[in-house]
Design a protein around this ligand. Sequence first.
Ligand SMILES: NC(=O)c1ccc[n+]([C@@H]2O[C@H](COP(=O)([O-])OP(=O)(O)OC[C@H]3O[C@@H](n4cnc5c(N)ncnc54)[C@H](OP(=O)(O)O)[C@@H]3O)[C@@H](O)[C@H]2O)c1
Length: 271
Amino acid sequence: MKVCVFGASGYVGASVYKRLKDKEALEVSGTYLDEPPLFDDLIKLDINEPESFSDYYKSENPDVVVWSVMDGPNEHELTDNGLINLITFLTPATKLIYISSDFVFSAGKGPYKEADPLSTLPDDHVYSTYANAKVKAERLINHELSNYVILRAGPIFGENKIGKLDERTDKLSYHLRSGKAIAFRDDLIRTFVNVEDLAGTIVQMVENDQVGTYHTGSGETKSYYEFMSATAEQLGFNPNMVEKASEYEEADHEIPKNTALNTGKIAKIMK
Ligand SMILES: NC(=O)c1ccc[n+]([C@@H]2O[C@H](COP(=O)([O-])OP(=O)(O)OC[C@H]3O[C@@H](n4cnc5c(N)ncnc54)[C@H](OP(=O)(O)O)[C@@H]3O)[C@@H](O)[C@H]2O)c1
């Protein structure tokens, strides 16, 4: 079976790529964009660029594609160009595994189940680019494809397979090592997901016949403040160094409050 990982140099993609590479039965290729690539055998590809995308895709002709690509301020381009390039080439025989986000529920009134309606943010909202591009991507996939898995994730944390930490934990540990307190909001409720658990889920989805939309994570729902205090303690720091951040925000900077994900559906099918 041939598998392509788009975004194999990224935080999640690197773990997925490495785990898949360890499986002898699979023929795995991966892409990167910015130099230097994390692994020597990755292929440079701008997924938004139709001609190079076509050349890459035709040469690989995969059975499974993993989408682990993200480009915050240009996320719309990834959906409008990159994802559409991909959908043009996908046949029903090829399975797409697309990593989506809890921000498709930007109304922030969770916890959410898979079938709950998605919501977008006003165009002038500071988070609209990412959230709305993910909503659009999910709708496109749902409309155009049948052989797909959408995995929605809340904040992804922990050390990945090549020893890289997520930015929040990195920042937390930098602050606490320097003896400085750090503050996180207690009114933002999320379902946090460990990067290695997510990578393991993706590998299982590559190998099994499951399709559809799933919420990922252990089901543990916490505020950022609660989660980061617990993380500080696990890292051997005094959790009291983690403080509650101000909840004041401008109208167009309002962060979705509760985007927690009910993960009961995936728990029933995962090993
Ligand atoms: N991190 C989170 O907390 C979180 C939460 C929910 C969902 N997600 C989703 O999880 C997936 C992986 O996120 P991540 O945290 O691993 O992000 P990441 O570390 O930023 O990795 C994303 C990768 O996308 C690649 N990329 C960006 N623009 C590209 C383009 N035009 N063509 C080809 N590749 C491009 C980058 O490649 P180079 O590095 O080679 O430039 C980068 O490595 C994304 O779909 C994201 O939306 C993440």
